[in-house]
Write a protein that binds this ligand. Structure first.
Ligand code: NAP
Length: 142
């Protein structure tokens, strides 16, 4: 992080943070009108405080990405606080390590497995969570 190029940080925040922020800002008024909505922010465990303890080997790596996901997590909490949590639900998910272009071919989870928690959160009922962070359909530490 101490040596990362400014342009990398800005571009990463544009996509991973501002992209989500602008989409939430555009979608929530419509959701309020219809008194129903589900937003699932696809985040990462790499954006959590836990990652510092669990993955110390990441020191000096992926700083812009981790920062962008930490902001996305915080955005999830802020936005969730501003909606009626029974009608509209805004949660974040860590898909796990998934076999995509990003995760690579050796990642343990298929795309279907990686999408499972996000789909579950997109379909939760009125009693489901709002403002949470989930992995494998379970609450995860921020
Ligand atoms: N794969 C994992 O193990 C893993 C782990 C934790 C979290 N995640 C999260 O899961 C999400 C999906 O990741 P993935 O594994 O599917 O990654 P991926 O295979 O690299 O796909 C990323 C997708 O994002 C699109 N994209 C990138 N920059 C964009 C921009 N500025 N505007 C619009 N679209 C843009 C890419 O579009 P193009 O194809 O057009 O470039 C691509 O379709 C990401 O948020 C990632 O952080 C993934």
């Amino acid at each position: 992080m101490l040596e990362v190029d400014d342009s990398v940080v800005r571009q990463t925040l544009e996509t991973n943070f501002f992209g989500a922020l602008h989409l939430i800002q555009a979608a929530v008024p419509l959701m309020k009108k219809h008194r129903y909505g589900r937003i699932v922010n696809v985040s990462s465990g790499l954006g959590t405080y836990q990652a510092f303890d669990v993955l110390p080997e990441l020191k000096g790596q992926s700083g812009a990405y981790r920062l962008s996901k930490a902001l996305l997590n915080y955005l999830t909490r802020l936005a969730a606080q501003e909606v009626d949590g029974r009608e509209i639900k805004i949660n974040a998910v860590c898909p796990g390590s998934v076999r995509t272009d990003m995760g690579g071919e050796d990642a343990p989870l298929s795309v279907e497995e990686g999408a499972d928690t996000a789909v579950w959160l997109a379909l939760i009922g009125a009693d489901g969570p709002n403002g949470g962070f989930f992995r494998y359909r379970m609450k995860a530490e921020w």
